[in-house]
Design a protein. Sequence first.
Length: 235
Amino acid sequence: MIAYRQLEERFAGSLHLGRRPVAVTFRDTPPPGVTQFTGEVPSGCSFWRLAAEGRTFYTVPADHLNCPIGGFTHNIALPEPRAAELEQALGLMTSVGYIRMEDIPGVFRLPNAPAIVIYAPLADTPAAPDVVLFSGRPASVMLLEEAAMRAGVAAQLPMLGRPTCMAIPAALAQGTVASAGCIGNRIYTGLEDDELYVAVPGKDLERIAGEVQTIVTANQKLAEYHRQRRELLTR
């Protein structure tokens, strides 16, 4: 198995991450030795916060029913009468000018509803993750995106917007993607105003990690180059 603890340490040290990367894994059956989530949260991305804080657990579709938007991106069907909540949420978002209904077909979704979703800090993941969620300040996101570009695994997509949770199916479908986040995600996860996301397919994690230090060193050298040019060419 890949040494995920060493990978997390490498990313955290090189990128100066303030939050732990979160491994998200889809499975058909519960993993041995991992406890099922108990309790209730208002959104699917609330599980990201719990994992970033150090918890390892798995969820079932019923744990996601409070989040109609997250249910949509994860292809989890809402039972009656919960199905009406998706229409209500979309109605509110359109009425206040947040989205237009013609935006909906462009939202990335998982092809199938997952039976089990495992959430864990990257270092503690009990299985090879499908997607790893990084959060950090723009300078850190820049370095991670550039490492993905150097590794040849960056998605040919603009920075994603709302909803944040579509970054997971987008990464699975297209490669490493950046997300500006959305207001719901920021409320539910505590993401700060000056933080963004990058979603990395688990299969590409080692390739990106292998390029991070090259990118960090290159940026340090280029920073000095540009400082000198600024001083010389500013009158």
